[in-house]
Every structure is written in C-alpha cells, then in structure tokens.
Design a protein around this ligand. Structure first.
Ligand code: BJW
Ligand code: ZN
Length: 255
C-alpha cells in the first residue's frame, strides 16, 4: 500500500460496488488550466459575476466572448495529466464507477474516459441563444474571427455563446439526474480538486456521506468539505490519484 493505510478506508473500498468521483478545477491545474478560486485563481483577478452570467454576456458580449475565446485557446493547447488518466483506469475496476465533473475542459474525455457526466457544460461547444444551432469549435473560430467587434452572431442574427453553465442558470437536467442517482448509490465517493462552494455540485459529496458512503477528499488545501470527509489525501491530484488507483486495484476484484 503506497497511499492507503487507513483501515476504515481499506475496508470501505474492499466492499465497494459503486464508486463515484466528482472532479473540479484542481484536477486540471497540473495541466496548466487555472482554477477559479484560491491562489492564482481566475477569480482572484476578475469578478465571476462580471463574466460568468448571462446578464454580463448580454450587456458586455465582446468582453465576455474575448475572455471565453482566450480560455478556449488555453484549453486546446493543454493535455490531460496523470490524474485524468488514473480516473480513466479506475473505470474498469469497481463494478460500477461514475465520473462526474464540474470542469468544462473536456480533459477527462481526452484521457479516454467515457460517459463523463458534465455538470457545467463544455467550453469547446457553442450555440446560438436564439435558434439553438450548435457550433463546433472550428465553426465557432471561423465566426469569431470574422465577427464584427468580437460579437459572434449566428446566421439567424442571434448571439453565439459558449455551452457552459453560468451563475443563476440551471444545470443540464439529465446530467444532474445522473449525478444524483450515482451519488445516492455510491459506497465510496471521491471529491477531487474542488473547493465545494458552488451548488448544486457541492451538495453531492454531502449527499453521498448522508447516504452512508465513505467520503475521500483529494485537495491541496483544506475546504468547506474537509470536516465532513472520512479521509483527506492532501496534495496534488496528479500525484495522489495514480497511487490511489493502484491501491484500489489491489483491493477490488477487476470487473
Ligand atoms: C488542487 C490542485 C491540485 C488546486 N490537486 N487539488 C445557495 C446560496 C447562495 C447561492 C446559491 C445557492 N445555491 C445556488 C446558488 C447560486 C450559485 C452558487 O452556488 N453560488 C455560490 C458560489 C454561492 N449556483 C448557481 O448559480 C448554479 N445554478 C443554479 O443554482 O441554478 C438554479 C436554477 C434552477 C432552475 C432554473 C434556473 C436556475 C450554477 C452554477 C454554475 C457554475 N459555473 C461555473 C462557471 C462555468 C463557466 C466558466 O468556466 O467560466 O463553473 S462557476 C465555477 O465554479 C465553474 C466551476 O465548475 C465551479 C466550481 O469550481 P471548482 O471546480 O470547485 O474550482 P475552484 O477554483 O473553486 O477550486 C479548485 C480547488 O482545487 C481548490 O480547492 C484548490 O485547493 C484545489 N486544487 N490545485 C488537487 N493540483
Ligand atoms: Zn441562430
């Protein structure tokens, strides 16, 4: 055992049929994507309310869309890190494994994970707010680069926005349901690289714990969830997850 020495954690994992992992921005930090909160977080310099809401997009489309275009370019250049790959490997170990992410960077999928439940959308997808037409990233690049004053518009004249969930907007209903269902059935719940401050995603680890799951938090810092956690693995998820998955593999029979 390299990382798991806690007897109750070992016991819980040995018996686990359903494991759920919820990831946040921290898992992609080692890929070079800034987190939102905390040291060097995107929102230590910029106000979330001014950028991540429909009102600001509508009132300040050029500024908001330049910001999202910049982040699309960052994400396109980044690669998954060992944390993303470890979670992909975990999918073949327990009887049931569900990967839920708040991230909009698509790095889990690029690491090979299938059926990722995206709660806050995907930054590399865009759509027209008037007619709903979807724009792939290539199509969007084309429109954006030819747009008047960085205000991208659809053929119908409607504004084009990124397919992300802003504050005050509902999360994709089907994905939220999948996330709730997986959570209430979980025996072991991993909360990875999230400050657990944004709801309803932040409710999931708490719900899992209330339902009897063993809650493991992986984070470089203490969070609002730390008091609830049964086990805290403090450090970089890109270093902890590969070791943790190795340990889990020795404890669980392969599915
Ligand atoms: C590492 C690491 C390493 C670093 N290894 N760890 C109750 C009270 C008050 C308000 C609300 C409430 N309930 C809901 C709300 C409103 C709001 C909310 O929660 N506000 C709170 C902030 C107070 N929620 C909403 O508005 C949601 N919608 C909603 O509730 O709708 C209701 C509704 C229903 C029906 C109809 C209509 C409406 C929507 C939330 C959308 C969130 N969107 C964002 C932006 C996406 C677009 C974009 O990217 O620009 O999603 S916000 C932002 O935060 C982003 C993230 O997914 C989300 C979570 O952040 P995350 O992942 O936790 O990142 P960080 O940066 O916070 O933390 C990183 C962590 O990693 C840190 O802990 C580090 O220590 C750690 N770390 N490096 C391991 N290497
Ligand atoms: Zn349109």
């Amino acid at each position: 055992m390299k990382i798991l020495s806690d007897p109750s954690a070992i016991e819980a994992i040995k018996k686990a049929k359903n494991i759920v992992a919820l990831t946040g921005a921290g898992i992609s930090a080692e890929s070079g994507i800034p987190t939102f909160r905390g040291e060097n977080g995107l929102w230590t310099k910029l106000s979330p309310e001014e950028l991540a809401s429909f009102e600001s997009f509508y009132q300040n489309t050029a500024v908001v869309m330049e910001w999202y275009k910049h982040r699309q370019e960052v994400i396109k250049k980044c690669k998954p890190n060992p944390g993303h790959y470890a979670l992909c490997e975990l999918s073949s170990v327990p009887e049931h494994f569900n990967l839920i992410t708040q991230n909009i960077d698509g790095l889990h999928q690029r690491a090979g994970s299938r059926d990722v439940v995206e709660l806050h959308g995907n930054l590399l997808e865009n759509y027209c707010v008037r007619c709903g037409q979807k724009y792939s990233i290539e199509e969007f690049d084309d429109v954006f680069n030819n747009a008047m004053n960085h205000v991208p518009r659809c053929n119908c004249g409607g504004l084009i926005r990124p397919n992300v969930v802003w504050f005050g907007e509902a999360l994709p209903r089907e994905n939220l349901e999948l996330a709730y269902n997986a959570t209430i059935q979980s025996d072991v719940f991993l909360s990875i690289g999230t400050s657990a401050q944004v709801r309803p995603a932040a409710d999931l680890p708490v719900l899992a714990k209330q339902g009897g799951a063993f809650l493991i938090e992986i984070n470089t810092q203490h969070t609002v969830l730390s008091e609830e956690a049964d086990l805290i693995l403090q450090g970089n998820s890109g270093e902890i997850l590969p070791q943790l998955v190795e340990d889990i593999k020795t404890l669980l029979p392969k599915a």
